[in-house]
Design a protein around this ligand. Structure first.
Ligand SMILES: [Fe+2]
Ligand SMILES: [Fe+2]
Length: 294
């Protein structure tokens, strides 16, 4: 099975469009971005700038005045936040909605991605972490951490559908059904493969590779723990959307390492569904899911 998965991915995962390669290269290191080069690249890339401004002007994360251009956006929220929004929009657009199959509900999957971002922000606000995290980065990580699932949806929709079907029919947690179908080529491994093939920035690869095993991360460990716990909370909500009662546990020592208590985790869990629905509306996630930039 493993060789077949890699062969199909190798055959069906599209090459990155040259314009996307140039933008990703410019954004690779947040400390070495040439503002003028970036603005020029974005302006040459169809509607990318408009979509980025739309996300920024949604007021989802900050109530700054409306940005009218990418230059304006950089002035308002800074280069690093702008980088993170661009990466989120760009990478998400590479997996446009294509297949509608019976068992994999793409909208619920988007709820999981957004739920991971929302939970990460709530945990971050409640934690004792210092203020170095960029909230836009957490949105991008939320949307991109399961890039392996997006790649499966794009390249192997029937296989992805089978995972969800088995989970429902055999009353099995989704992650267990995934191992049953894919073996060791789970979505984290597939995601890592995509990151390597497209040579995505290191911070994105780190989240994609380690979000289910944050202790294995070598860099940005605390950020990985935050995303991992947010992902677990959001995944438990995802299971309920599929009318499953499976609950994934979380390691209390990881929770404590962020300066959080289990009471605070329960509070995030309770608030999450309403916050996700609100964020789905404000960010117009269904619109974002349909954007084709290339
Ligand atoms: Fe995942
Ligand atoms: Fe996830």
């Amino acid at each position: 099975m493993s060789t077949v998965i890699l062969q199909v991915l190798e055959r069906d995962l599209p090459e990155l469009p040259p314009r996307a390669v140039d933008i990703i290269e410019e954004l690779r290191d947040p400390n070495h971005i040439d503002r003028d080069v970036l603005v020029k690249l974005i302006n040459e890339c169809g509607s990318l700038g408009d979509v980025v401004l739309r996300v920024m002007n949604s007021g989802y994360l900050s109530q700054v005045r409306r940005a009218r251009s990418i230059e304006d956006a950089i002035l308002l929220v800074g280069l690093e936040s702008t980088r993170n929004i661009i990466l989120g929009v760009l990478l998400k657009s590479l997996f446009p909605k294509r297949h509608i199959l019976e068992s994999f509900n793409r909208n619920d999957f988007l709820r999981h991605c957004l739920g991971t971002a929302v939970a990460a922000q709530m945990l971050y606000a409640a934690s004792g972490l210092n203020a170095e995290h960029d909230p836009y980065k957490l949105v991008t990580y939320g949307f991109i951490h399961d890039i392996g699932v997006l790649a499966l949806d794009y390249c192997m929709p029937v296989t992805l559908n089978r995972i969800f079907k088995i989970a429902t029919e055999e009353n099995m947690p989704i992650l267990e059904a995934e191992v049953k179908v894919l073996g060791r080529y789970t979505h984290s491994v597939i995601g890592e493969w995509v990151c390597n093939k497209w040579q995505l920035p290191e911070d994105i690869c780190n989240v994609v590779k380690h979000h289910h095993a944050p202790r294995r991360a070598v860099v940005n460990k605390q950020e990985l723990v935050l995303i991992h716990i947010a992902d677990t909370i959001s995944f438990n909500y995802y299971e309920t959307l599929m009318e499953s009662t499976h609950i994934y546990g979380m390691d209390p020592s990881l929770v404590r390492s962020l300066g959080l208590s289990m009471k605070e985790i329960r509070e995030v869990e309770a608030a999450l569904p309403a916050r996700v629905e609100r964020a789905m509306e404000v960010l117009d996630v269904e619109y974002l899911d349909g954007v084709r930039l290339f």
